[in-house]
Each structure stands twice: as C-alpha cells, then as structure tokens.
Design a protein around this ligand. Structure first.
Ligand code: GLY
Length: 354
C-alpha cells in the first residue's frame, strides 16, 4: 500500500451532509463519526410507529430507532444476494407486523443495502427504508442512489428496483474495524470519482472523501435517477472491472477490479486521442495513491475479457464490432459506444501484467 494512504478517520464533530435532490423523494446522506445516533430522529421524521432492523453487524452496533423494533440477522457476501433472501426478509417483516407506514433499517455492507432495499421496495408495494452502511464501498456508493438488486444464476443484479431511502447514515466509526482488503474495495470507487467530476480527493480525510464521492453521486442521480445517460459515468472503470471480477472468479474484489479498469480506461482514452499522456499518467498516479492494484492479474485471457466486456450492460447499445466504455475526453468523462474492438485488444495487450 502507498505509504501516503492513511485511513484518516474523523474525530467527533466533523460531519458532512449531502442532499440527494429528487423532488418529494429527496433525502440526506450524513457522513461522520457517530452519525448513526441520528437514527431515532430520522425514524421520527418518517412517522413510523414500528421498525425492523436488518443487520449484518452485532446488535450492539445498531442504535435504538426510538420506536418498537425487531432485529433480523443478515449476512453480507455476494452469495446472499438472492431472491430467496428477499423472500425470507419479507416474510419476517410480515411476522413482525410491519405495516405500510412503518420503516425498515439496513445495517451492513453492499449486499445488505441491496437486498434490504429491494425487500423494502416490494413489501406492501414499498415501505420506507433507511440505510446504515458499514463498509467503505457501501458508504461511498451502494447505499446512495436507490439502486437495489439481487443476482440470478444467469447474472448479477438482474432483478431489482429503484427505491430511494429516506436517509443514509454513513457512520465512519463503523470503518474502524474494517479489514485492509475492504478499504481497498471502497478506495477503488473513490479513485474513479477523480475522473467523473469529483475533483482531486487525495489528501482529504476519509470522511471528506466519502462526502465528496457521495456529493458527486448525488448530483448525477438527481439528474438521471433511472440511468438513461449521465448515470453511466458512475461506471467509470467498470467495463473492464466487471470482466476482471468474473474472469478471476471474484479473486479481485470489486474496487480492486475497478482500479485496474480505471487505469485501462485512461490508457484506452489516450490511445484513442481523447486525452494527453499527462492525463493518462494521472490515472495510474491516482490509483497507486490509494494503494490499489493497477496491473492485469497473471493468466487472464484477453479474448475472454473482450467477450465479457461485450456483454457488459452498457455495451448493449454498441454497434457490432465495437465496445462501449465510459472514457475521459476534452469535455470530461462520457459514454463512448463506438470503441473499435481492435483498439481495446491492442490496449489490453499493452497493459502491464502481474
Ligand atoms: N453504482 C452505480 C450506480 O449507482 O449507478
């Protein structure tokens, strides 16, 4: 890890608030030490008289919501992102007597946010949900923006709904026990923010980096909630990133794969004449600053990667023989859906390998 990377967690008092503007569905994302203690206040604002807390963390890490509640244990991990989990949650909501005016609270990483968010979207055709994300990845990305989904054997995130939370409480105290690999998982998403309009976040505290990343995401989601255009920017570095996750059997964590994908996106943009060499180099510098991997793992097959990238959801609109990437350029990052396969192949061949 780059010696410059410190997980600079804030002292009490350093709190950021980001508003996600979506008309009557607008909400705040709170970032800082101890912000989970605002839960009761937020629940009171929702007007719920009962809560179900679905938690992948020990009970003592979950604050009192201020109304009668039941805690349901959850498990993080991609293998639990299933319709069976959502069905089990909805049955527990029913057993707890949760009504349409009540509230569901998630406490955990991205899997918990996604499954609980989807269960909340479906139960009684939609009940209020509040997220308490506990991993850096979930705080920076998954908990904000209202995308919820589970996997099918046929593919990742194939069944889901847009369901915005009433609030998100990103308590940085949850990060104090995060394993190093989980930090990297989140830093991959923070690093890609550098290239999608968040500015240079290096040198800021962790809480400031989370706040700035969420602020950029909030701007994008407010402009394009349903992912019709601008929201594609959030997938910077993800086209190769998703392919690498699959090709390595998830041996690379999401954020690590996105980091390699970000370096690749910079090199590809350079090869296509969209950015100069200094900007290409900036991609590597930012990724390395966060202590993230930047080389292709050993033994990945370029043909397989190209096939997988062709299946990426943003590639569906590409003309045949071309691939779609979110690429940097003279006016910033944008979706380029006309990247010749030959250019991708050449760039892959030129990527440094482990
Ligand atoms: N994680 C990408 C998005 O929310 O659109």
């Amino acid at each position: 890890m780059n010696a410059g990377v410190r997980h600079a967690l804030p002292s009490v008092g350093e709190i950021g608030v980001v508003r996600v503007e979506l008309g009557v569905r607008s909400y705040d994302v709170w970032v800082g030490a101890g912000v989970r203690e605002r839960l009761a206040e937020v629940v009171a604002g929702v007007g719920a008289s009962r809560a179900v807390i679905v938690s992948a963390r020990p009970a003592e890490l979950v604050p009192d919501p201020g109304v009668p509640y039941r805690v349901i244990e959850a498990r993080d991990g991609e293998e639990n992102k299933t319709l069976a989990t959502v069905s089990a949650l909805c049955r527990e909501f029913a057993e707890a007597g949760l009504g349409r005016e009540d509230v569901v609270i998630s406490c955990g990483g991205g899997t918990t946010t996604d499954t609980v968010g989807l269960a909340a979207a479906l139960y009684h055709r939609g009940v209020s949900v509040i997220h308490l994300p506990t991993s850096l990845l979930a705080q920076v990305d998954a908990s904000t923006g209202g995308k919820t989904a589970v996997n099918l054997p046929e593919g990742k995130n194939l069944v889901g709904a847009y369901w915005q939370p009433k609030a998100v409480l990103c308590d940085t105290d949850y990060l104090r026990t995060l394993p190093e690999r989980e930090w990297r998982n989140g830093y991959g998403e923070i690093a890609r923010c550098h290239f999608i309009g968040a500015g240079d976040l290096r040198g800021l505290s962790t809480a400031e980096q989370i706040t700035a990343s969420v602020r950029r995401k909030a701007q994008i989601v407010s402009a394009d909630e349903r992912d019709a255009g601008l929201r594609h920017l959030l997938n910077y570095g993800h086209t190769l990133g998703h392919a690498l996750e699959t090709e390595t059997g998830f041996g690379l964590r999401h954020g690590e794969a996105v980091a390699v994908g970000t370096v690749f996106a910079g090199r590809l943009a350079g090869a296509l004449g969209r950015i100069d060499q200094a900007r290409v180099d900036e991609h590597l510098a930012v990724v390395r600053h966060y202590g993230l991997p930047w080389r292709l793992p050993a033994n990945v097959d370029p043909d397989r990667l190209i096939t997988l990238m062709g299946r990426d959801k943003k590639a569906a609109t590409s003309p045949s023989g071309h691939l779609a990437f979110v690429l940097d350029g003279p006016v910033g990052a944008e979706l380029a859906d006309d990247v010749p396969e030959s250019a991708v192949r050449a760039c892959l061949a030129a990527m440094p390998h482990d």
